[in-house]
Design a protein around this ligand. Structure first.
Ligand SMILES: Cc1cc2nc3c(=O)[nH]c(=O)nc-3n(C[C@H](O)[C@H](O)[C@H](O)COP(=O)(O)O)c2cc1C
Length: 424
């Protein structure tokens, strides 16, 4: 019987294990998780979401505190158009996050960064240019452009010396989005090196409307595959979203995919950045505990656990410290929703904002529990412990399970060994 290990993805001179761990902001797909995938010969993504914040946590830098100090005067102002990122510091934080990760790289795999273009950061073009260039300077192997694909993104770094050496990929959820992007990249003479086709069962933001359940990954992949063949374009396709067992992955590879991108299975590994108590929430979840809603200020539907602390919370926006979703004129849908509630209840000290969520603060604090559709199956991938909690997995274990599993089986981990008290 065939398994994922029977396949390899040849990209340039490299021969890779065709498993890619997806980018999960904010630092849910940590450097450690990406390094584990690369060590085993696959591709691991780190994320460039809120990198100054991530750098502060990882390297004890003070990027957020300095920004907050600079804009302290504006905290109570409803107008956030003054708040801008210092581009030199943004580049520094990105180079640090990427550079240190690349220095630790071992094995034959690759490390890519997921770049969420919806993070408009008060100045969409300039901040994106800086993030992309700094990741390239930091030695990243590849950049995956995601969430809110700008057709002009590649052009922003066309004069970078690594423009033709770094692998560039895009995430799309429809043929239509892909065709628009390809038209632009043909003009630049720089086609993407891979295309991640993300279906409606993925975690994070979805590239579908609230009618997401009418779509299906296999159909979209087939449609894109046919289009590329008709055009004579040989660009590797990487399906993502709901690929839960090695057999799910193998079926896509057998049908011609170059690799698969997976994420949910890794959210309950030691290397994942979610706090342990949140990992337990993912493990406990039942199917009815998972919803797709419109609380993200980006306007995209997002999948999350229904009991996410972010839902309905009415915290004061902290754009002076964060502000990653501010558009070029200082707007974010959460600020508008918050101000509306504040005008209605000026004396309340416990506002609730039910329609939007302050994504920056909640993602930073791991209080927005975004997850893939199959999160409710995670409990089947590990052991229940005597105290009712679940055993956390190693990323290498999950990776190997994808690699060798047949017949949709999931390999359970070795049980935690009971430590015996010393005998005296
Ligand atoms: C917790 C979580 C956070 C995610 N965050 C992002 C993100 O920041 N950017 C992005 O492009 N995709 C994000 N995704 C999507 C994954 O990278 C991946 O494509 C998808 O979830 C794969 O499907 P699976 O989770 O069913 O394996 C996230 C997924 C999860 C589970």
């Amino acid at each position: 019987m065939k398994c994922v290990d029977d396949f390899r993805w040849r990209i340039g001179k490299k021969e890779l294990v065709p498993i890619m761990t997806g980018g999960m902001g904010v630092d849910i797909s940590t450097a450690e998780l990406s390094l584990a995938a690369a060590r085993l010969g696959g591709i691991g993504h780190i994320s460039d979401a809120m990198v100054p914040t991530v750098s502060d946590r990882r390297f004890k830098t003070r990027f957020v505190r300095e920004k907050q100090k600079k804009y302290k005067y504006n905290v109570l102002n409803q107008d956030k158009s003054d708040v801008k990122f210092d581009l030199v510091q943004l580049a520094e934080a990105t180079k640090l996050h990427v550079g240190r990760t690349m220095e630790a790289q071992q094995g034959t795999g690759l490390i890519f960064i997921n770049c969420m273009e919806k993070l408009t950061m008060g100045s969409p073009r300039e901040t994106l240019r800086v993030r992309l260039s700094a990741a390239m300077d930091g030695g990243i192997d590849g950049i995956t452009l995601s969430a809110g694909l700008h057709l002009g993104s590649l052009a922003l770094v066309a004069d970078h010396q690594r423009f033709r050496d770094v692998k560039f990929g895009i995430i799309v959820s429809s043929l239509r989005a892909l065709v628009l992007f390809l038209h632009k990249s043909v003009r630049l003479n720089r086609l993407p090196d891979y295309i991640i086709v993300e279906g409606p069962l993925a975690g994070g933001h979805l590239g579908f409307g609230m009618d997401w359940m009418q779509y299906d990954l296999k159909t979209i992949v087939n449609e894109i595959h046919r289009y590329l063949s008709e055009k004579g374009l040989n660009i590797p396709l990487i399906p993502a979203g709901g690929i839960f067992t090695g057999t799910d992955a193998m079926e896509f590879l057998e049908a011609g995919a170059a690799a698969v991108q997976v994420a949910t299975r890794f959210t309950v590994t030691k290397e994942c950045g979610l706090p342990d108590k949140v990992k337990q929430e993912y493990l406990k979840a039942k199917e009815e505990d998972i919803e797709v809603n419109l609380t993200s200020p980006t306007g995209y539907p997002m999948r999350m656990l229904r009991n996410s602390p972010s839902i309905g919370a009415g915290i004061r926006p902290n754009c002076e410290a964060y502000g990653y979703l501010l558009d070029g004129s200082g707007h974010c849908a959460y600020i508008d929703a918050y101000n509306r509630e504040l005008d209605k209840h000026p004396d309340s000290d416990a506002l609730s904002v039910s329609d939007k969520t302050c994504l920056c603060t909640h993602m930073r604090n791991y209080d927005c529990w975004t997850c893939g559709h199959h999160t409710y199956r995670l409990k089947d991938s590990t052991h229940r412990l005597p105290d009712g909690s679940y055993q956390i997995l190693d990323a290498a274990h999950v990776f190997r399970d994808y690699l060798y599993s047949v017949d949709h089986q999931i390999m359970l981990p070795d049980r935690y060994r009971q430590t015996m008290p010393p005998l005296d």
